[in-house]
Design a protein around this ligand. Structure first.
Ligand code: FES
Ligand SMILES: [Fe+2]
Length: 326
């Protein structure tokens, strides 16, 4: 995981008001909860007293989580507010506090800041410029047994299309990969496919190609991606790392094809299954890649078409290094 980044980790609807959920993400056991009045908390799922999982406890009316063992209570910041055995009138020392993480819920997604909450920025990553309120979306989740870096790289890989997706989005046997052109704007990688049927023509270099303004892939660190298919259709994915060996892909099919949201919802219902079918073609292959986690220097013999992946690996390494210095 990259330190000090906002990771999209789960759908908002997985934790309704007044509920809590123990969840494995970012290589940690976390407790996410939402009070009845809409305040969110993310704590290490481990009682400071004698190591019980707080997620086995209860969310109380005062907005605190109560440990099931001896009833210690913790608020959304991880502060221990009560040790029942010491009596209500006793002051609670800060050493009983549990670790808490910065949490934000936006765009129907729970984001957790993987690092020091004092360094958390106010903005979470999203593609607001492409996904305004005119769109409706439907979401589907799928678990892959690989490191999330492999799943992300797959979504930046234009070389695999005619092989993995020969009967779906890669139809037409366009095996010759021009470029691809890849540009980086701040924390976003932008690229597009420029593939052709191979009739013996020369492969164009990246510098001879352009990013397609109408159909492109965008990735924003640390873990969100969008496929701009058309003005009115977008596919959005967040790659929620469970640990170094597993990732859950949350796939959203966005559309505003007709002027009627109810019709668009129906289109979305079918769209998400089409997404899932394509994604399963990827999963079958990507789950076999070894090692599971990628790095900039790892001995793979890359080709020209892998350039977006190299860009991803470089930027990822830079962010990991930058976090060490902060
Ligand atoms: S282990 Fe949690 S209150 Fe004792
Ligand atoms: Fe794919």
């Amino acid at each position: 995981m990259i330190e000090n980044q906002w990771y999209a980790i789960a759908p908002e609807k997985s934790v309704p008001p007044g509920k809590m959920s123990g969840i494995k993400r970012l290589g940690k056991e976390l407790l996410i909860f939402q009070t009845v009045d809409g305040k969110w908390g993310c704590l290490e799922d481990l009682c400071s007293h004698r190591g019980v999982q707080l997620s086995a406890g209860k969310l109380k009316d005062d907005g605190c989580v109560e440990c099931p063992f001896h009833g210690l209570r913790f608020n959304t910041t991880g502060k221990c507010t009560l040790i029942p055995a010491n009596g209500k009138s006793s002051l609670v020392d800060d050493r009983y506090n549990v670790r808490s993480y910065a949490i934000q819920v936006e765009h129907g997604i729970i984001y957790v800041f993987n690092g020091d909450k004092n360094l958390a920025t106010s903005e979470v990553p999203f593609f607001l410029e492409y996904l305004d309120d005119n769109f409706v979306y439907s979401e589907i989740a799928d678990t892959w047994d690989t490191h999330y870096s492999r799943a992300i790289e797959n979504q930046l890989d234009v070389v695999h299309l005619p092989f993995v997706h020969h009967n779906t989005i890669g139809r037409g046997n366009k095996t010759l990969v021009h470029g691809p052109k890849t540009i980086v704007i701040e924390d976003t990688i932008i690229t597009s496919a420029d593939n052709e049927v191979d009739q013996g023509q020369r492969q164009r270099k990246s510098q001879e190609c352009e990013v397609n303004p109408d159909m492109q892939l965008r990735f924003k660190f640390p873990n969100i991606w969008i496929n701009i298919i058309a003005k009115k259709i977008k596919v959005f994915v967040y790659f929620a790392p469970v640990n170094d060996e597993q990732v859950i892909l949350y796939l959203r099919f966005y559309n505003c094809i007709t002027p009627f949201k109810s019709v668009n919802r129906l289109i979305g219902f079918f769209g998400k299954y089409a997404n899932l079918m394509i994604e399963r073609q990827d999963k079958r292959v990507v789950n076999t890649q070894r090692p599971k986690r990628t790095q900039l220097r790892m001995g793979e013999k890359l080709i020209q078409g892998d350039q977006p992946i190299v860009v991803y690996r470089k930027l990822r390494e830079e962010l990991i290094e930058a976090a060490k210095g902060s």
